[in-house]
Ligand binder design. Sequence first.
Ligand code: MN3
Length: 204
Amino acid sequence: MVYELHPLKYTYNALEPFIDAKTMEIHHSKHHKTYTDKFNGVLEKHPELFKKKAEELIAGLNGLPEEIRGGVRNFGGGYVNHNFFWEVIGPNGGECKGKILELIKRDFVGFDEFKKKFSESALALFGSGWTWLVMDKDKKLKIINLPNQDSPLTLGMHPLLTIDVWEHSYYVKYFWNRTEYIKNWWNVVNWEKVNELFIQSLNK
Ligand code: MN3
């Protein structure tokens, strides 16, 4: 079994005007596709690993054979991170509510404070990477930046929300203006999904 590039659950233009159709098309059908193909290519050296879920491989990265570890970290990470990203954004971005909102208020004073901190973190990330909202092992919410295609799963954390701040995720529309991209991105956050992931993380 090889890992597949799944179709999005919404159309490429569904996130307009916040994320444009061209960016979505290139991001999914070219960038994500390339990560998927290269990830499969890396695993050909150890085909028994195809039996595992991609997320399991990333969580257990440090136990993988050394010759493929770097490849899985980069390309498997890219595969898994993008799968996750497409789920936590969507056309019906709404208001943050439910249990997750209560916990955000507990761990970040208030929702606006959280939003500000998360945005600042995403803006400050140097080079390529992702900003994450995670449930840490101590059951507290944290905002972390990780470089390249590194995943919180490898650190034993549960990802709840993420923004891709690689330039390929905004350059077509926003050029150098990452601030504007981040500001508009909040409109497409799928809080229902984030809340669902949060509830799942409590039982793990
Ligand atoms: Mn990307």
